[in-house]
Design a protein around this ligand. Structure first.
Ligand code: C2E
Ligand code: MG
Ligand code: MG
Ligand code: MG
Length: 288
C-alpha cells in the first residue's frame, strides 16, 4: 500500500513539476518578444524625504503586460536574469526611466530616479558605458540616478565590482543596497564599497510597531547607517504608526503605500506631483 501511494505521489509531483516547467518555457518564449512587442512599461513609486514629506525621488518598477495577462516581477525578473534577457531589458528600463525623468525635469519637477539592477547587468562589460550613454541621451547628470543593487551582487567578484562602482560614483551616480538585512550578513562590504544608501527591507517595517525584534533591527540599521554616514530609505511604509516610529528614530526617506503605490507616469503626475502628498503627510504626522 505504502509503495503504491508513494508511486501516486511521485506521479502527482512530476505532473506538477511538468506543468511548472511548461509555464516557465512558455513565459520565456514570450519574454523574448516582450520588448519588441512593446509589452514592458515602468511604474513609478514616490520616495519622500523627512521631515518635510516632499517627494524627492521615484523608484522605477518594471511591469509586463503580456498578451496572456499581467505577469508579476517576482516571476519574470528571475527568469530574465537566468536567461540573460535582463541585459537588454535592463538597458531599456534605464533609458526609459531617464527619459521620463527628463520630461519631469522639463516641467519643473527636479526628482531623482532609482532603478533596480541585476547582477547579470553589472557583469556585462558594456554596462558603465551604457549608463553613461543613457544619462547623456537624457541630458541628465549622474547625480539624478540611483542604482539599487542587492547584497548578493556586492559579494561577487569585488575585484571587478569595486572599480566599476567607483567609476560610476565619480560621474555622480549613487548606489543603494536594496532589501537590506535579508541577504548575506557580511557587513564588511559596507566599508569597502562606495555605497550611499541602505533600503530597509519591508519585512522589517511591516510589524515594526508590534514586534520588538523588528523594532530592534530597524533601530540597529539606523544606528549603523548613522555611524557609517549612509542614508536610509524605509520600504513598505503603510501606516502612520510606522511613519511616526521611523521619524522618531531618524530615518531619512520613506517609501510605501502610505505615500503612493507604484503608478503609471500619467497617474503619478496627476496624483502625486501636484502637492497632495505633502499635505497628507503633514496631517498624518500631526503637524500643520
Ligand atoms: P524592490 O526593488 O524591493 O521593490 C519594492 C517592491 O515593494 C515593489 O514590488 C513595490 O510595488 C512593493 N511595495 C512598495 N511599497 C509597498 C508597500 O507599502 N507594501 C507592500 N506590500 N509592497 C510595497 P514589485 O513592483 O512587485 O517589484 C518586485 C521586485 O522586482 C522589486 O523589489 C525588484 O527586486 C524587482 N524589480 C522590479 N523592477 C525591476 C527592474 O527594472 N529591474 C530589476 N532587475 N528588478 C526589478
Ligand atoms: Mg528596489
Ligand atoms: Mg526592496
Ligand atoms: Mg527586491
Amino acid at each position: 500500500y505504502a509503495k503504491s501511494l508513494g508511486k501516486n505521489n511521485f506521479q502527482f509531483f512530476s505532473m506538477d513539476l511538468n506543468r511548472r516547467a511548461q509555464r516557465r518555457m512558455d513565459l520565456e518564449r514570450r519574454l523574448r518578444h516582450a520588448l519588441e512587442r512593446d509589452e514592458l512599461s515602468l511604474d513609478y513609486q514616490p520616495i519622500v524625504v523627512l521631515p518635510s514629506g516632499a517627494v524627492e525621488a521615484v523608484e522605477a518598477l518594471l511591469r509586463w503586460r503580456s498578451a496572456a495577462g499581467e505577469v508579476e516581477p517576482a516571476e519574470f525578473v528571475p527568469l530574465a536574469e537566468e536567461t540573460g534577457l535582463i541585459v537588454p531589458i535592463g538597458a531599456w528600463v534605464l533609458r526609459s526611466a531617464l527619459r521620463q525623468l527628463r520630461r519631469w525635469h522639463d516641467r519643473g519637477w527636479s526628482l531623482r530616479v532609482a532603478v533596480n539592477l541585476s547582477v547579470r547587468q553589472f557583469r556585462d562589460p558594456g554596462f558603465a558605458d551604457m549608463v553613461g550613454r543613457a544619462l547623456s541621451e537624457a541630458g541628465l547628470s549622474g547625480a539624478m540616478l540611483d542604482l539599487e543593487i542587492t547584497e548578493s551582487l556586492l559579494l561577487q567578484e569585488p575585484d571587478r565590482t569595486v572599480p566599476l562602482m567607483r567609476r560610476l560614483r565619480e560621474s555622480g551616480v549613487s548606489f543603494s543596497v536594496d532589501d537590506f538585512g535579508t541577504g548575506y550578513s557580511s557587513l564588511s562590504y559596507l566599508k569597502k564599497l562606495p555605497i550611499t544608501t541602505l533600503k530597509i527591507d519591508r519585512s522589517f517595517v511591516r510589524d515594526l510597531v508590534s514586534d520588538p525584534d523588528d523594532a530592534a533591527i530597524v533601530m540597529a540599521i539606523l544606528g549603523l547607517a548613522r555611524a557609517l554616514k549612509l542614508r536610509v530609505v524605509a520600504e513598505g511604509v503603510e501606516t502612520v504608526e510606522q511613519e511616526a516610529f521611523l521619524r522618531r528614530h531618524g530615518c531619512h526617506y520613506l517609501q510605501g503605500y502610505l505615500y503612493g503605490r507604484p503608478l503609471s507616469p500619467e497617474t503619478f503626475e496627476a496624483e502625486v506631483l501636484h502637492g497632495r502628498l505633502t499635505c497628507r503627510m503633514a496631517e498624518a504626522s500631526g503637524k500643520s
